[in-house]
Structure formats: C-alpha cells, structure tokens
Design a protein around this ligand. Structure first.
Ligand code: NAD
Length: 344
C-alpha cells in the first residue's frame, strides 16, 4: 500500500484524461471526483477506476458491459423541458460531467420555480452518487439523485444479475456547514467494493454475493464469474431498487433492467426549502435533530454519527496523511501514464 497526497493524484488524473483528448473541464471534473471519492473513504469509486475509464474511452473496456465507449467533449443536450423539469441526453459523455450538468439545471429550476427535476439518459458511470446532491445542499437546498445501474444484483428469491444496485443519495443542509448525506447502493456492498477486494487479494464478508449457482460465497472472483450482488435488508433494498429502475431508467426513456445498454442513467432533484418553511427555521430544526440523535444512549461506540459524517472524518484524516492506494492500483496508473507519456 502506498500513501499518496490528494493534490498529486488529482494532477496525475487530470493529465491522463487530457492526454486522451478530454477537455480541461471534463478532465478536472472526473479527476476531482475520483480523488474526492478516495478522500472521503469510498476507494471503490476513486482512482482505482482510472484504468476502467481509460479502457472505456479507447474502446478497450475492462468490464464486459454492453455500452458505447465514453465520448470525450460530449455535447449534452436538453431534449425536453418545462419550467420545473428537464430531460437531458448526455451524448455518452463522462457520467460525472452529465450528472453535474443535470444538477446545475435542477438547482437553477428550483431557484426559479422552487423545485427542479432532471432525468438524464445516455451517460457513462456517474461514480459516487453523493457528490451531486451536495451541490444542492451547498446552495441551501435539498438535493437527491436516483441512479439506475447495469443489472448486477439478484432479486429476492432469485439468482443471476437481474436488477441494478441503483444507488440513492440525498443531501440535507444544516447550520454548522456539515450536511446530512445519505449515499449508498441497494446492495449490501457496492460492486466496486468487490473489485477492491480482488485488487487487495482479500475475501469478502458472507452475505455480500452469491455465485453463479446461487450459493453464498466469500470469494470476490465468484462475483466476476457470473455471480450477483445481494440486496441489503432483503426485500427492502430489493424493493427500493425496483423503484429506482423506474425513476432512473423508465422515466428517462431508456427502460429498465437490461433494456438500457449503458452504464448509468438517473433522476436528479433539487428542492427549495423556502417554498415550505423559512430556511433559518429548517436549519435550526435539522441541527436539533442532529443533536438529539447524537445524545442518544450509546452502545459500544464513542460517538453516534449522522449519515455523511464518517466520510467527513475520513476526509479530514486523509488530507493530512495522504490516500492509501493499493500497489496494484498504483502500478496500473503508472503504466497508463507511461504509455500516454504523462510524467509522474
Ligand atoms: P456504504 O454501505 O458504505 O454506505 C455509505 C452511507 O452510509 C453514507 O451515507 C454514510 O455516511 C453512511 N454511514 C456509514 N456508516 C454510518 C454510521 N455509522 N452512521 C451513520 N451513517 C453511516 O455505501 P455503498 O452502498 O457501499 O456505496 C458506496 C459508494 O458507491 C456510494 O458513493 C455510491 O453512490 C457508489 N455507487 C455508485 C454506483 C454507480 O453505478 N454509479 C453503484 C453503486 C454504488
């Protein structure tokens, strides 16, 4: 394991994507996103994705997913619009670039008309869903993102990759500057965490996946070899995933399950709080909610955390100490940089 400073990783990421032909803006958005995911502790959505994204740009994908390559300098278009809604076509660009554009549109609509809902189709991997609702909470709005993924999860009672693990993220602004941030997939663990276990040569906990025959497995390679992720809380994670197939997939016009031959498609949402109650009152009540939860009787923990807090704590630590990068991930990045004549 290596410890690398975030600024150094960001610089390498930007240069790699620019060298491949991405615009400066695209390269910065994607590299910032990957490094931020590492900083907040979601390494599965960090720079480990660089080889995968590079493969998808040059038309040599590492993952066997039926989807067009990532298009650089993509022309994102609004194809349908009302004062409060929009449907956008991402032109198969980087998911992070399309998701930021969708959230910007949703926020603008919420500023003008109290609510903004933007569905997006034809985009690549949006990565860590939590980045985008935070754009709304930073502007004192409630933000949400519902992301349809490729089928990777078994339905309750079934086997095989039937449905997406469809992450949901919701950000709520609070007074002290630390928003509440829910951000997780509908599977027990995100698929990227299985990939990270393979990178590190580790087994995974029981209950994360089943193999191609439907048997429980702790070998992450069983997931790659035709296995499937399992939904969290059985029918609850599964049911939420069904809903996201509709909100993120059918509503954007691409369909559900394997009908969509792409990586992600989503629904972004921004809500103006002042349309309901004064912002000051809202934030005071959210602060009280946080205080009341934190003062509950603790069982075996030093502190009760709110959603979003573990990530902020990890970020504080990793900014100081550096980001731990597995040797294989670092070697893969160095090899890509070498081929592209990017100096490290
Ligand atoms: P996870 O199981 O690690 O859960 C993370 C969430 O739980 C965060 O909101 C975090 O703040 C909260 N949390 C964790 N511990 C907590 C505690 N003790 N108290 C309160 N809250 C706590 O997440 P995951 O399902 O493994 O997903 C990881 C990442 O992968 C997410 O960013 C998700 O958006 C991303 N993802 C992306 C895709 C895609 O296709 N783009 C697919 C799946 C997942």
């Amino acid at each position: 394991m290596y410890l690398i400073q975030h600024n150094r990783l960001r610089e390498i990421g930007i240069k790699i994507f620019e060298q491949l032909g991405a615009s400066k803006e695209e390269a910065e958005i994607v590299a910032n996103h990957l490094v931020e995911s590492n900083l907040v502790g979601h390494d599965s959505h960090g720079v480990v994705r660089i080889p995968e994204y590079v493969g998808r740009i040059i038309g040599k994908p590492i993952l066997k997913i039926e989807a067009p390559p990532i298009k650089l300098k993509a022309k994102i278009k609004v194809i349908r619009e009302t004062p409060t809604t929009a449907l956008i076509d991402g032109d198969w660009g980087f998911g992070q670039v399309v998701a930021r554009r969708a959230m910007e549109i949703a926020i603008k609509k919420a500023k003008d008309y109290q609510v903004g809902l933007v569905a997006a189709r034809n985009c690549d991997h949006v990565g860590r869903a939590g980045e985008f609702p935070l754009m709304a909470s930073e502007q004192d709005m409630i933000g949400a993102l519902f992301v349809k993924t490729v089928p990777v999860m078994a339905p309750v009672g079934g086997r095989g990759r039937v449905i997406g693990n469809n992450p949901i993220s919701i950000a709520i602004p609070a007074n002290d500057g630390k928003p509440i941030l829910l951000d997780f997939a509908m599977s027990v663990a995100a698929g990227g965490k299985i990939i990270m276990a393979i990178e590190k040569g580790e087994n995974i906990p029981e209950g994360w996946i089943i193999d191609s025959e439907g048997n429980p497995s702790t070998n992450p390679k069983d997931y790659i070899n035709g296995g499937a992720l399992l939904p969290f809380a059985r029918h609850k994670g599964y049911a939420l995933s069904v809903i996201v197939e509709v909100l993120g997939g059918i509503l954007s016009g691409v369909g559900a399950l394997a009908d969509y031959k792409g990586i992600n498609t989503f629904l972004a949402m921004a809500i103006d709080i002042e349309a309901f109650i004064p912002l000051k009152e809202f934030k005071e009540k959210v602060d009280k909610l946080i205080r009341d939860i934190k003062s509950a009787q603790r069982i075996g923990v030093e502190e009760i955390l709110l959603p979003g807090e573990p990530e902020l704590k990890t970020k504080e630590r990793r900014i100081k100490e550096g980001i731990p990068i597995p040797e294989k991930t670092w070697n893969d990045i160095v090899e890509i940089a070498r081929k592209l004549k990017v100096k490290i």
